[in-house]
Design a protein around this ligand. Structure first.
Ligand SMILES: [Mg+2]
Length: 268
């Protein structure tokens, strides 16, 4: 089984400031069907927002949706979604000290930190907006109150479209990386055979975890720097940087995903 996993916003979806290629999404839909790859979207979006995006941009539904930054897994079968309860059980077992409400209390009152709307929270995800200009002091305050107490990870990412900092508290067993590892294992696919494409922030974990990584050409400078640094530390990491000028495609967003999939031989 070949697995093509990709982040959605500004990786698969052309919703950033660069110009995407006309026809790239149609080509992605066609190639993923033609070459019979298992398509996994790995996103911070919840189910409703992921579906809204597939409709808005005309991308095919995934076979598997890893949503809410890795805290939920759903399979698309028979035209409907099936929630993976096994994943939730696994997370509870592996991160026994996880406690979203305790984290909520712990970070209450930190200046520049604002809880996100209810639809962005779930039992394994406690999420905030953060004042990006003050991110260092916010992260320091958050770390002091939370770090190491709840089997958690704290993920900071930056939404360049809205100039907003985002902080997610997740169980350390439920990230984009661990959810994709779980899916790969279920389908009997070696980690190195799984292609993962990303562009920013929280994509650093799956990009440096031993999958076959792809950075689309519009990837954040900071992510590029972090990935290059990780590659220096670990020469076995495989990451491909989409550059464009490939089959008439420019390497941004969907085009970068297609270029990366060809690079690793998923389409041939
Ligand atoms: Mg993204």
């Amino acid at each position: 089984m070949k697995i093509l996993a990709t982040d959605m916003d500004r990786t698969l979806l052309p919703n950033g400031s660069w110009q995407g290629d006309d026809g790239a999404i149609e080509l992605f839909n066609e190639l993923t069907g033609q070459f019979d790859v298992l398509v996994v979207y790995v996103t911070g979006r919840n189910l409703a927002l992921a579906e809204a995006a597939t409709h808005e941009f005309g991308v095919r539904p995934p076979d598997i949706l890893i949503g809410d930054v890795g805290t939920t897994i759903r399979k698309h079968e028979g035209g409907g979604w099936h929630f993976d309860e096994g994943w939730s059980r696994h997370v509870k077992r592996v991160s026994p000290r996880w406690d979203a409400m305790a984290i909520r209390e712990a970070v209450a009152g930190i200046e520049g930190l604002r809880e996100q709307e209810a639809e962005h929270q779930n039992p394994f995800k406690q999420s905030y907006y953060a004042d990006h200009g003050r991110r260092e002091e916010i992260i320091a305050a958050v770390s002091e109150r939370v770090e190491g107490r709840y089997d958690e990870v704290i993920v900071y990412s930056y939404d360049s479209m809205d100039d907003k900092g985002l902080i997610d508290f997740l169980p350390n067993s439920a990230t984009k990386q661990t959810a994709l590892e779980y899916v790969a294992e279920e389908y009997g696919c070696d980690k190195g055979e799984v292609v993962f494409c990303g562009d920013s922030g929280n994509d650093i974990f799956p990009l440096t975890a031993g999958f076959s990584g792809v950075l689309v050409r519009n990837a954040d400078e900071q992510l590029v720097e972090n990935v290059r640094h990780a590659m220096e530390q670990d020469p076995d990491l495989k990451v491909y940087f989409a550059k464009g000028d490939f089959k008439g495609l420019n390497g941004y967003y969907t085009s970068g995903v297609i270029e990366g999939a060809y690079h690793y031989g998923l389409f041939k």
